[in-house]
Ligand binder design. Sequence first.
Ligand SMILES: NC(=O)c1ccc[n+]([C@@H]2O[C@H](COP(=O)([O-])OP(=O)(O)OC[C@H]3O[C@@H](n4cnc5c(N)ncnc54)[C@H](OP(=O)(O)O)[C@@H]3O)[C@@H](O)[C@H]2O)c1
Length: 242
Amino acid sequence: MKNILISGVSRGLGLEITKSLLKKENICVYGFSRAKTKEFEFLKEKNPEKLKWMSYDMSNISDIRNKIFKEFIGLKTPLHGFVNNAAISYDDIITNLNYEPLLKMYKINVFGPMMITKHVIRQFLLHNVKGSIVHVSSISAHTGYKGLAMYASSKGALEAFSKNSAREWGERGIRSNSLVAGFMETDMSSTLSVDQKNRIFKRTSMKVPTTKRSVSETIIFLLSESAESITGQNIHVDSGTI
Ligand SMILES: NC(=O)c1ccc[n+]([C@@H]2O[C@H](COP(=O)([O-])OP(=O)(O)OC[C@H]3O[C@@H](n4cnc5c(N)ncnc54)[C@H](OP(=O)(O)O)[C@@H]3O)[C@@H](O)[C@H]2O)c1
C-alpha cells in the first residue's frame, strides 16, 4: 500500500488529485483541509478505507508534527508521497501591500509546507522509502500578472525550496518537483472578472484554461515510480504559456 499525504483535499485541484488517486490500486490518501465539502464527504463515504481525512489549518504551524504526523498518519506508517496543494492568494497591487495578510498567506503557502516537508522527509528516511514530493506552483511566478506579486512570490519561494530539497536528499532516492499550473477554473480563481480571465488566456498558446485533469494526472505521474529519474524540476502544465 502506498500512502500519500495531500493538503487541501476538500475542493478544487486537491479534490481532483484525490479522486484520480483513489481509482488506482493500493493507494491510501491522507488528506487535510479546514473543512469538508459535500463532494468530498461523498468520496470519503465511497472509500472509507482508502481515504483518511482530518481537519487541519495549515497556518497552525506549531502543531504540525503532533497533529499530522503523530496523531493522524502515525509515525509507524510509511509515507510514499506528499502533494503540497493547499494555498490561498493575496491579490492586490504592491502599493497596497499590508503585512498581516502577507504573513497569513506565507504561513499557508510557504512556512507550513516547509515544516510539513521536514517531517515528510524524516518519515521517508525512517521507513527507508524513496518518496516523491510535489509542490503545486503557479505560472504567475514565471510570467508576472498585475496584482499577483505577493502570491507569485510565495510560489517562487516554494520552487526554490523544492529544487534545493531535490539536491539535498537526491542521494537517498528522495525526489522533489514543482508542478507549475496555469489558470484553472476553481474557487481560487472565481474572484477574477471575465476581463481578467480573458487577459490570462490570451497569453496561453491554446487560449483556454488549464484543466484540473491535466494537472492532477501529471502530479500522479510525478508521484509514481515511472518518474524515478525526474527531480528538481519545474514541470509546466499551463496551456502553453510561453
Ligand atoms: N486555480 C488556479 O487558477 C491556480 C493556478 C495555478 C496554481 N494554483 C495552485 O493550485 C493549488 C490548488 O488551488 P485551487 O485552485 O484548487 O484552490 P481552491 O479551490 O481555493 O482550494 C484550496 C484547497 O486548500 C484548502 N485550504 C485553504 N486554506 C487552507 C488552510 N489554511 N489549511 C488547510 N487547507 C487549506 C481548501 O480547503 P479549506 O478551505 O476547507 O481549508 C481547499 O481544499 C494551490 O496551490 C494554488 O496556488 C491554482
